[in-house]
Design a protein around this ligand. Sequence first.
Ligand SMILES: NC(=O)C1=CN([C@@H]2O[C@H](COP(=O)(O)OP(=O)(O)OC[C@H]3O[C@@H](n4cnc5c(N)ncnc54)[C@H](O)[C@@H]3O)[C@@H](O)[C@H]2O)C=CC1
Ligand SMILES: CC(=O)C(C)=O
Length: 264
Amino acid sequence: MTSSSSATRTAIVTGAARGIGRGIAERLAADGLDVAVADLPGMGEELSEVAAGIEKTGRRALAVHADVTSKEQTDELVEEVAGRFGRVDVYVANAGIARVTPLLETGLDEFEQVMAVNLRGVFLSYQAAARQMIAQGGGGKIIGAASIVAYRPFALLGAYSASKWGVRGLTQAAAMEWARHGITVNAYCPGIVGTDMWDLIDERLAEAEGLQKGRAIKKYAEAIALGRVEEPADVASFVSYLASPDSDYMTGQSVMIDGGIQFS
Ligand SMILES: NC(=O)C1=CN([C@@H]2O[C@H](COP(=O)(O)OP(=O)(O)OC[C@H]3O[C@@H](n4cnc5c(N)ncnc54)[C@H](O)[C@@H]3O)[C@@H](O)[C@H]2O)C=CC1
Ligand SMILES: CC(=O)C(C)=O
């Protein structure tokens, strides 16, 4: 059995002050979980709003400032949530950043910044979550943010794409190592989701391709078979499944939830 049998399950979602992370946190709360939301200190106001919204639904919520690139802060996040909620059943390593730069112009600082948040952050999150889940017993659900670019990169998003391929590899290895503890590890691969992240990508791609602001997302969205830009709730529905006992026989997978862009 991979899921705790306690009455109220608990979850941590990183990068939860806005966008996909916020959507996931709200969905897990609607599913009946108590939810701790984590983000950078600069996102404090938005994070408190998300936590307050969850509490209004009758679930317990906790807002924690944590930078996932820091081992100390990621470990403390898990310790604090386990202390307040009693256990951690689900950990969603959602925090991520995007940079749009040709590879030949990508400086080492930028490359390392992208890797630090998107890959080291997921590694530290997976590790902290697994340690807690193993210590408490009863299994658990660890879930990471990959992307369709974990299967086919976008040009000009080389470092970002590589970081997401890394998440896919890490997810497979973690699934192999922690299955014996009843922990499943899976990742979600969204396509083009209308969040602040895509506002930035649109602006940079539009500049690079000589398009007007707002045109790049329209152009890339033409590849979506289902004919509309993805919303955080589309991703959250799938993460809800990955967090639930319904997915107990699934592990090590990085699954496209993209409206039909990338067919694996
Ligand atoms: N928007 C999209 O089209 C897609 C997004 N994704 C992935 O989904 C995840 C969420 O993306 P969005 O919601 O669109 O992004 P977003 O930029 O709207 O939100 C990301 C959140 O992560 C937080 N964050 C950034 N660095 C952090 C750090 N070091 N520690 C803690 N929190 C940090 C930000 O403050 C922000 O609240 C990311 O991992 C992204 O790569 C994957 C595929 C497509
Ligand atoms: C941001 C991202 O991962 C895509 C595919 O747009």
